[in-house]
Design a protein around this ligand. Sequence first.
Ligand SMILES: [Ca+2]
Ligand SMILES: [Ca+2]
Ligand SMILES: [Ca+2]
Ligand SMILES: [Ca+2]
Length: 509
Amino acid sequence: MRISLCLSFLLYAILGFSQISESDLLQKEKNRLENLKNVLLDADGSEFNKSTALELRSMVDADDDGMDDDWELANGLDPTDNRDAWTDKDGDAIKNMFEFQLSTDPNSPLDPVTTNYNPDTDDFNSLIQSGLGSILVLKMSEGVYTSENTTSFAETDSRIMIQGGWNSDFTEHNPDKYITRFVGDGTDEILYLSSLTEAENDLETYILILEGFEIEQGGSTFGNINFITWGVENAVFVVYDVISSNSATHGMTFHHWSGSHGKVFLVNSEFSGNASHGFRNQTTSESTGDWKFYNITLSRNGSDGNPGFRSFTINSEVNLDATNIIAINNLGSSNLNLGDTYTGTIRHSNFVFSDISDTEMTHENSIQQNPQFINPPGGDYTLGNTSPCIDSGVDIGLPFAGSAPDMGAHELGDIMSFNNNIDLAGINFTLVSNLIEQGQDIEVVCDFDQKVRSIQLQIYDAQGRQVKSSALDKRTKRQNISNSFLPGTYLMQVYVNGSLLSAQQFIIF
Ligand SMILES: [Ca+2]
Ligand SMILES: [Ca+2]
Ligand SMILES: [Ca+2]
Ligand SMILES: [Ca+2]
């Protein structure tokens, strides 16, 4: 609690600059967060519902990485760094952001319990059905899976993840090496998941996560994949590292109907060579959409005259963050055709031959150049060595190669990933002086030879109020923090990758 932090300060002042143990500091940090919650509750009086307050607070996602602050802090992640969403802290091949959506433990490789699909003994449709109403993580190994037409209706909260890209004995996950491919027979959608359409049944959460496979030749109304939510409060659709192609109809479709609140993450995925839309959406009847399209390749769709991406938005609001996407040479009416109730930003993207129809989207740092795909007619949308899309994207937290991310679904080069299992003992932090004249810089130096994602410096005054937060420059391993603090005693806490490393007292005179 703040009071205890304040008392601790007095105690430290009496005892001098004694070393504070790490467990003490962790406990203090927990107390501080608990106190923040209490302050929130107190401020709103007795009528304020405690669970509502906690829920409100838990919905804060300061770094916009899809994981709430509370959950990140409770699990040793960094609520100020979006790069931890796309790493796998406990090495169970389920990325932290997926663990958040699944409500599983990002620090335990035993959670979630997963199911390995065996095509000789398992019925795909039955397996998906069995996961409705709970959590299902279905792993699939390399190979071609034909006619897996699946239609499922969820009646209760469901969290489904289908993960391709495993080797045959499920000991190694690498979707680039172990290709998992669904091939439909052109008559039905290959995956069709919906919440019940007569939904008076209070479905709060419906989550579908698809990772690491190729899918083609689904049929009927919606193409390869269809995900429908009807009045679902927390409707989440994640498509990561998927290639969707269909020479008969659409790549995929998602719908948010009747007051659904949809979060959509289309990431590192390619929608190409679909005869109709690469992907399409309807958001209707007081629904909302919060969409992130990151590193998408959308090309050569719509030979039937339709746009590459088409959305119908009726009496609803959608906010779209489209970043590092290549939407080029779609063959129909346009690359993107958005409804008229969109807001959002298109950033660092490539729209060659484009006519984006939208009303309120803003554009930043986009280019219009030939991306130099290797062989689009042959289905190869990787970038040529001299592509203008190489290193011209912006860092939105995904691992990348080179000086900056590429645009599009296929990053060229060796991708650096960030180490979550960092050795805090190998990092030395020094406050150059702990007696600092008012107005002089506070100088800090760090020494480490590991790959560190973030070092955050937080300064608290003697009342336990945070007065400054600053990120250490990892390149120079130094930081000069200007100060206009009043004379007094202060505490600097140092967080590495979101974990507390140490705390140092200093005095401004
Ligand atoms: Ca977050
Ligand atoms: Ca984060
Ligand atoms: Ca994990
Ligand atoms: Ca886990």
